[in-house]
Design a protein around this ligand. Structure first.
Ligand code: FAD
Length: 463
C-alpha cells in the first residue's frame, strides 16, 4: 500500500504518448520496498507499457569519493539484477542525474521520481519538472512519516517532533509488496547502459576523488542491508536500549550507510523491528533513533536553507560561542592533523581511525569526536566546517541530512543550554574522563586495533 501523502505532482504537464514509464531513480536506490518503483509499475500496468528505470551517474557528486561510489555501485548492481528478474529495464548513464532524466523522459509517457531533501537534490527535481515536458510525479519513500505530514515548520528538538511522529507513524507502517509487471521490457529498445559487472574497472575510468578508497567492513547493496537487518533482529536488538551506548559491543544495526543510499527502506526496517520478538524497551529505543531522530534531521534540512553553514545554529548557541571566542585553546589542530588522527588524545585518534579506515564510527564516539573538534580549532565556525568536511569525506553515511543535523548538534542544534564552561560556553561538552567513566574505552581501543588490521594493517596512533 502506498499512502496518498507520499505522492506529489511536481508539474502541470499532461501524460504524453510514449514507449515506457520512466522511473528516474536517485535517492531510493533499491528494487525492494520502493514506493516510487511500485507507483511506476502501477502506472505502466494501467497504460499497458513497460517500465524503464534510469539512473544518472555523475563524476562530481557533491563531496563524494571512491569510497562512496564503490558502495553505491555495489548497490546499483543489486538493483540491476532484481529489476531484470521482474522484466523491468535499467539504464545507468554518465551525466548529471537531472540531465539524464530529462533525456530519458523524451520517450516516456510520464516520469516518476523519488524524493531527496538536500539542496542539490531539490534543484535536480525542479529541473526535471520544468524540462521533462510530461507529468512528473514524486513519491516520498525514504522516511516513515512524510516530511510535510510530520511537521510544517522547523522543529526545535526531538521533544517537539516526537509527539507528532508518534501520533502518525502507525498510519505509515504498511508492508509494500511487488506489483506484478504486466508488460515486460524485453523488446524495449533502451539506450546503452554502463557495465556494472566490474566496479573497480568502472571506477578507474571515473574522474572522481580516489584519495579515500573502498572499505572491507561494508559492502553496498540491498542484499547486504537485508542480511544486516536480519542479524540485528536476531541478536543486538535484544539489548539495544542499553548496549547501543557501549561502542566496543557493537550493539547497533550498522544500517546508516544503507539508509543514506536508499538501499533499504526505513519503513521495512521499522516493520521488522516492530514485529520482532524482543522487549518493548529495545524496540522503542531503536524506533526512536530510526524514526524520530532520523526524521528530525530531514525536518532540519527541509526547513533550514543554510543547513550546511554555521548560521544554521540556534541564536543562543551562536551567542554563547561568540562570548567564548577568545578563550585560550590548549591544543589547536589543522584539518590534516585531525584527519590523520595526530592529536594528543588517543581515544579521539582511535575514533578518527575507525572513521578514516572503516567508513563508520559508533554514535557515542561520534559525539565525542565532534565536541573535541570544537575544543581544538581556532573558532566555532572553523570547527563546524572541519567536522562537516571530515564527516562527509570518510563516513559512508556522510553527506546525509543526518550529517548536517548531527554536526550542528555538536554545536548546540536541537539541544539546550548547559552549565557554562570555557570555549563551549553553554554548549554541551564532553571529556575524556567522562568517556572513561561511561564506557569501556579500553575495549573500544582494542576493537579499533582489530578493525584496522582487518582493513589494511594500519596502526592506531596510541601515543
Ligand atoms: C557528530 C555526529 C555526526 C554524525 N554523522 C552522521 C552521518 O553523517 N550520517 C548518519 O546517518 N548519521 C550520522 N550521525 C548519527 C548517528 O551517529 C548514526 O546515524 C549512527 O551512529 C549510525 O549507526 P547505526 O546505523 O549502527 O545506528 P543504529 O544505532 O543502529 O540506529 C539505526 C538508525 O537510526 C538512525 N540514527 C541513529 N542514531 C541517530 C542520531 N543520533 N541522529 C539521527 N539518526 C540516528 C540512523 O539512521 C541509524 O542508521 C552522526 C552523529 C554525530 C553525533
Amino acid at each position: 500500500m502506498i499512502e496518498q501523502s507520499r505522492l506529489q505532482r511536481l508539474n502541470d504537464e499532461p501524460e504524453c504518448e510514449g514507449d515506457y514509464i520512466l522511473y528516474w531513480m536517485q535517492q531510493s536506490q533499491r528494487e525492494a520496498f520502493n514506493p516510487a518503483l511500485e507507483t511506476a509499475v502501477a502506472c505502466a500496468n494501467r497504460l499497458g507499457l513497460p517500465v524503464l528505470v534510469g539512473f544518472g551517474l555523475m563524476d562530481s557528486y557533491p563531496e563524494a569519493n571512491a569510497r562512496h561510489y564503490t558502495f553505491m555501485l555495489e548497490g546499483l548492481r543489486d538493483v540491476e539484477t532484481a529489476l531484470s528478474r521482474r522484466g523491468i529495464a535499467f539504464v545507468v548513464r554518465r551525466g548529471s542525474p537531472d540531465e539524464v532524466a530529462v533525456k530519458l523522459a523524451r520517450r516516456a509517457t510520464l516520469v516518476v521520481c523519488d524524493r531527496g531533501y538536500l539542496r542539490h537534490q531539490k534543484a535536480w527535481r525542479r529541473n526535471v519538472a520544468n524540462n521533462a515536458g510530461r507529468r512528473v510525479l514524486q513519491v516520498e519513500g525514504d522516511v516513515v512519516v512524510p516530511v510535510e505530514r510530520a511537521s510544517g515548520k522547523t522543529e526545535l528538538a526531538a521533544r517537539t517532533l516526537r509527539p507528532k511522529i508518534l501520533q502518525q507513524r502507525k498510519d505509515f507502517l504498511h508492508p509494500l509488496g511487488r506489483t506484478p509487471v504486466r508488460v515486460k521490457a524485453g523488446s524495449l529498445r533502451v539506450p546503452e547502459s554502463l557495465d556494472l559487472s566490474d566496479i573497480s574497472a568502472l571506477l578507474g575510468r571515473l574522474p572522481i576523488d580516489h584519495g579515500v578508497g573502498p572499505v572491507r567492513r561494508f559492502k553496498g547493496g540491498t542484499e547486504e542491508a537485508h542480511e544486516r537487518l536480519s542479524s540485528f533482529i536476531r541478536g543486538a536488538l535484544g539489548n539495544y536500549a542499553e548496549g547501543r551506548r557501549e561502542p566496543a559491543q557493537e550493539q547497533v544495526s550498522f544500517l546508516s550507510a544503507y539508509l543514506h543510499f536508499g538501499q533499504i527502506s526505513p519503513v521495512e526496517i521499522a516493520l521488522a523491528v516492530s514485529n520482532a520478538k524482543t522487549g518493548d524497551t529495545d524496540r522503542a529505543a531503536y524506533l526512536e533513533e530510526l524514526i524520530v531522530r532520523r526524521e528530525l534531521a530531514m525536518n532540519f534540512v527541509e526547513h533550514q536553507p543554510d543547513y550546511d553553514s554555521y548560521t544554521c545554529l540556534p541564536d543562543w548557541a551562536r551567542n554563547t560561542l561568540k562570548m567564548h571566542r577568545a578563550d585560550r585553546r590548549q591544543h589547536i589542530y589543522s584539518e590534516s592533523q585531525l584527519a590523520a588522527g595526530r592529536t594528543h588524545d588517543r581515544y579521539w585518534n582511535a575514533a578518527m581511525c575507525e572513521m578514516r579506515v572503516t567508513g563508520y564510527l559508533h554514535n557515542h564516539m561520534r559525539m565525542y569526536w565532534g565536541k573535541k573538534i570544537l575544543e581544538w580549532t581556532p573558532s566555532a565556525e572553523e570547527a563546524f566546517r572541519t567536522a562537516l568536511s571530515l564527516n562527509n569525506r570518510y563516513l559512508l553515511c556522510g553527506r546525509d541530512p543526518n550529517s548536517y543535523a548531527n554536526v550542528a548538534w555538536c554545536l548546540g542544534l536541537h539541544d539546550r543550554p548547559w552549565p557554562e564552561r570555557a570555549i563551549f560556553g553553554k554548549v554541551r561538552s564532553m571529556t575524556a574522563a567522562g568517556l572513561k567513566r561511561k564506557i569501556d574505552i579500553d575495549a573500544y581501543m582494542q576493537r579499533i586495533a582489530e578493525l584496522t588490521q582487518a582493513e589494511a594493517g594500519e596502526e592506531v596512533n596510541s601515543s
